[in-house]
Design a protein around this ligand. Structure first.
Ligand SMILES: [Zn+2]
Ligand SMILES: [Zn+2]
Length: 1006
């Protein structure tokens, strides 16, 4: 049964009703169930971080996933569509630190000051790790629930009742198992290394956890006098004066030329320093000198071993190494500043490596919270970044400060709390990725990447530069590193929860997060001592890296693994080259000797209108909900897909701060859907009135009644379906969406529906099959469109499918409509193209001549090649009707009249006769009258099938015209009678001015 759709496409209201329908019918579950015997398709959702809200990028991401999953399902696949959530990590810890109170804490004045945790000591000693971790869990769960609702509101169908969460024991177990595999292959190592460190969060950070922006820091040049020649100094440069107490060496480039120079100023003050020769003039200027003389030259290599007096005297019990306070060489020294680099192996990754080569133990007099320790008594307890000025003063007092200024430079910050990071020497756990790099590169070649360069260029470049992955974090809310150590050096890596049972303190079903896991100990098999767990947790990026098997519950749940593994497809944004694509690849190669996925699709970012990243601080964030609440989730989805190729960034066309607000992107997408809605409104209205039965009047049954324009419509429909199909298969989703859009706007709405208006109108008994043929064609076009649109715009497709009498519970259960090649008719399409071109030329010429569209033209004459002759032969009626032309003649070139100016078209020339005869004038006015009456019927809100009586007043000429067209007018406006009178009456009476003539019309409903 076909039911008329409502008048207006009020997307947000309709969409809510559709989601309620899905819920009440359990449509998602039933659709999945319906495909359960299909070929299995294992898709893995890249888990979004539980931030609590879906932003534009996540919305695009889930839209792409939803489109593909629905598409695969329509193609018969049994798709595993479990959503995931990344729920551990610093962002949640930092939020909880702000919320939790520290009982008993007072400020300097002794007043209570309890809100917010300030450091790790407060978590460990006052709040308790257990309370803290439990709060983090509660918070993460509630954020997950909020996000789930937002995804559902976008119409995303995934297994929301059963997401994988990185915080469950089962998931953690899979991560442990992976760690155990890495350890077995000698890929897990613990070592002292200088890492980026957040002094506020008191933990190591990975390179991809740093955010860079400009900071102003000191820029100082300092003299280190030579031991054997104290009147000459090595001149070094640094932007971190606070690291000078940890100076152990000065680095020079081995091959560069250095010079001992004497600097003098106007007052004959002088100074002897050693610097890179090319920098001498720069150094001279910075020191306020006016002249320099080179006394001696050295290569960097020749400087090696030269001894100097360090800037600060540190207790020698803390310092180890034979080559302390000497010049060393390093390739990374650049030709800038003084060309001599202050080297503090405890505070810089490069310095650390250099120190290692020269046997200098990294000296790091700074604790976890970024404060000096007793090893540097002058500043003990002070925060390092705050002492720069005091250090500079001390250098000045010592007479070794050469120059001091400020410099603005890019500096790393903690991604979570935005504190500037420092580099510190600490002991960390590493996965030795370079050891499996070759296999990873091989796997990149095997995997299918979309677009191709996502793998062959981006991912490969990243993996080629892979370094050891620092996976330890000194925090609480994360997967505990499953390593137990003994004082004797023995180490145990636990891979499964069952292994914990051999330990001390295990309780069945216990939560294996910190702090509970920390209470489990093992007896050392080597020395009999106690093995206890390393206190660190895993880098949160490792969590998601194991998703492809952890979400299957492997290794505990082997059956699920055997059913689905490996993953067929993943799709994420381009920043995952160094994130999830990489972590999965590394963890997969370590665990299974292969990449866990076979195809990667990379999508881009959604930026603001100007192409800037959306961010809270810039105030340019557009929330998906904001857009959906105005134009609907479908328009939002369609726009974000059709705007660009998935892998090209989109500048989201939406700016409410503009005056007037700019909402073009989603609005235009809405217009496309609204146009389709209007087509369906037209179709469903007539088909409901006529009780049209699409199962009886199928294309096969109606074959003999189909006109050429119907065959044209069938052909266009199949072409559109083919484009959508190809677009999805090649992942060029934008092409698929645009094909639908063009078809709706151009073929269906702007053309076909206009061609069949009169046919739908007719009540003539002889024309019933002709009418049914047009219904059959339009019905087919609408249903096929609803089906191919279903993955893209799931709500409107459902609404239309249901109103048009779709047979399944939901359109999403339908089989994907493959193009029917037998319907494709290129010849008919070519002919129609010529007719469309002619109609367009006529319209343009009419506009030039000021001739109104409703006024018929006397004649057009076509002089063309065979193409247009065939076209006119096939579509003469269409041309007459759409061009509003009384007659069409076809001339051979020799018959071309000389007195008229022809217009060119692709197949020849056309001459339009604009002569207005009384017959033409009569028809023109009759059509004007029809339009006015129809407008009044609309204003009276009459249904199309309701009959009316009409009374008309006009001048004698017009009445004469109307008399001769009376039957036509009555048929068009569904009038039982038309009466010409001097005082028209009716429920509605209106005066009209039609091209300078007064017409009064009265209408009564019957
Ligand atoms: Zn931080
Ligand atoms: Zn031991």
């Amino acid at each position: 049964m076909i039911k008329q759709v409502r008048d207006n496409y009020a997307a947000p209201v309709i969409e809510k009703e559709i989601r309620d329908y899905w819920d009440s019918q359990d449509a998602y579950k039933k659709t999945k169930e319906y495909r359960k015997d299909g070929k299995r398709f294992y898709f893995v959702d890249g888990p979004p971080y539980t931030s609590g809200h879906v932003h534009m990028g996540t919305a695009l991401n889930k839209t792409i996933k939803d489109i593909l999953i629905r598409y695969w399902r329509m193609n018969g696949y049994n798709v595993r569509d479990q959503p995931g959530f990344d729920m551990h990590g610093l962002p949640i810890e930092v939020q909880m630190e702000k919320k939790i109170s520290v009982p008993g804490r007072v400020n300097r004045d002794g007043k209570p000051d309890e809100v917010g945790i300030r450091n790790k000591k407060e978590i460990e000693e006052i709040v308790g790790i257990d309370t803290f971790v439990n709060s983090c869990r509660q918070h993460a769960l509630s954020l997950r629930a909020d996000m789930t609702q937002e995804f559902k509101d976008l119409g995303v169908w995934m297994d929301w009742d059963n997401p994988y969460q990185t915080i469950t024991n089962e998931y953690i177990e899979s991560a442990w198992w992976t760690m155990q595999r890495a350890d077995e292959q000698g890929l897990l190592s613990k070592s002292g290394r200088v890492v980026s460190w957040c002094p506020r969060c008191e933990t190591a950070l990975a390179e991809n956890e740093l955010e860079y922006w400009d900071e102003t820091d000191p820029s100082v040049m300092v003299k280190f006098p030579l031991v054997d020649e104290p009147s000459t100094s090595l001149l070094i440069w640094t932007t971190t004066p606070w690291t000078l107490p940890a100076n152990l060496a000065v680095a020079a480039h081995p091959d560069m030329t250095y010079a001992k120079i004497v600097l003098t100023d106007d007052k004959n003050a002088h100074e002897a320093v050693i610097c890179m020769e090319s920098q001498a003039e720069y150094v001279m200027k910075k020191g306020g000198f006016t002249k320099f003389t080179v006394i001696k030259r050295y290569t960097g290599k020749e400087l090696e071993g030269m001894r100097y007096i360090p800037p600060f005297q540190i207790d020698r019990k803390y310092l180890h190494g034979d080559r302390l306070f000497t010049v060393v060489t390093a390739d990374y020294v650049e030709q800038d500043n003084t060309g001599l680099v202050h080297t503090a192996p405890g505070f810089g990754p490069d310095d650390f490596e250099t120190g290692k080569r020269y046997g200098l133990d990294p000296f790091c007099p700074v604790g976890e919270s970024g404060r000096y320790t007793e090893e540097f008594p002058e500043m003990e307890g002070r925060k390092v970044k705050t002492v720069n000025e005091d250090v500079i003063k001390l250098l000045d007092v010592k007479g070794i400060l050469y120059n001091s200024e400020k410099v603005k430079h890019r500096y790393g910050h903690c991604w979570r709390c935005k504190t500037p990071i420092i580099y510190r020497n600490t002991v960390q756990w590493f996965l030795m990725v370079p050891k499996v790099k070759d296999k990873m590169l091989e796997e990149i070649d095997r995997v299918k990447w979309v677009p191709d360069w996502a793998g062959s260029t981006r991912e490969k470049n990243w993996v080629e530069g892979a370094r050891d992955w620092c996976i330890s974090r000194q925090r609480y809310w994360g997967i505990p590193i499953p390593v137990w150590e003994c004082k004797c050096g023995e180490r145990k890596v636990v891979g499964q929860i069952a292994e914990l049972k051999e330990g001390h303190g295990y309780m069945e079903g216990m939560d294996i997060h910190r702090p509970w896991i920390d209470s489990i100990t093992f007896k050392c098999p080597k020395c009999g001592g106690t093995m206890s767990r390393t206190k660190d947790i895993l880098d949160v990026w490792f969590d998601s890296g194991v998703a492809a098997w952890a979400s299957l519950g492997y290794p505990a749940n082997k059956k699920e693994f055997e059913t689905w593994w490996p993953c067929r497809f993943i799709v994420e944004a381009h920043d995952q080259t160094r994130g999830w694509f990489y972590s999965q690849l590394g963890a997969g190669v370590m665990s299974f000797g292969r990449s866990p996925y076979d195809e990667v699709m990379m999508h881009a970012w959604v930026l603001d209108t100007k192409g800037q990243k959306m961010s809270k601080s810039l105030g340019n964030v557009v929330a998906p909900q904001e857009v959906a609440s105005e134009f609907g989730a479908d328009a939002m989805r369609l726009y974000s897909i059709r705007a660009n190729a998935p892998w090209d960034d989109t500048c989201f066309q939406w700016d409410v701060k503009k005056n007037p607000p700019m909402k073009e992107g989603p609005k235009n997408a809405w217009k496309v859907l609204n146009t389709f809605w209007n087509v369906v409104k037209f179709a469903s209205m007539y088909m409901e009135i006529d009780n049209f039965d699409p199962e009886k009047y199928t294309p096969a049954a109606m074959k003999q009644y189909l006109r050429y324009e119907d065959l044209w419509m069938f052909s266009r429909t199949e072409k559109m379906k083919a484009s959508v199909h190809d677009g999805i298969e090649s992942r060029e989703l934008h092409k698929a969406a645009r094909a639908i859009e063009e078809y709706i706007m151009e073929d269906l709405s702007k053309w076909y529906v206009k061609l069949i208006r009169d046919r739908s109108w007719t009540e003539d008994e002889d024309s019933q099959n002709d009418k049914l043929a047009s219904y059959c064609t339009l019905y087919y076009a609408i249903m096929q469109t609803a089906m191919v649109m279903a993955p893209f715009t799931p709500h409107i497709s459902e609404e239309i499918y249901q109103h048009m009498g779709g047979k399944m519970l939901t359109v999403h259960m339908e089989d994907w409509p493959l193009p029917n090649v037998s319907y494709i008719a290129n010849g008919i399409e070519d002919n129609m193209k010529i007719i469309q071109e002619l109609v367009e030329i006529i319209a343009t010429e009419r506009a030039k001549m000021g001739s109104k569209l409703r006024w018929p033209l006397k004649q057009i004459s076509i002089i063309g090649r065979s193409g247009s002759k065939d076209a006119v032969k096939m579509f003469e009626d269409v041309l007459k009707q759409q061009g509003n032309v009384k007659s069409v003649e076809y001339l051979t070139p020799d018959k071309m009249p000389n007195d008229k100016e022809p217009c060119k078209f692709s197949d020849g020339q056309v001459i339009i006769d604009f002569d207005v005869t009384p017959e033409i004038e009569a028809e023109g006015y009759a059509r004007e009258l029809v339009r006015r009456i129809q407008q009044m019927r609309k204003d009276m809100k009459l249904n199309v099938e309701e009959f009316v009586d009409i009374q008309v007043k006009a001048d004698a000429t017009l009445l004469g015209y109307f008399e001769s067209w009376k039957q036509f007018v009555a048929g068009e406006v569904r009038a039982k009678s038309i009466e010409f009178t001097d005082s028209p009456a009716g429920e509605e009476v209106k005066n009209w001015d039609v091209s300078g003539k007064d017409i009064t019309i009265g209408i009564s409903k019957l």
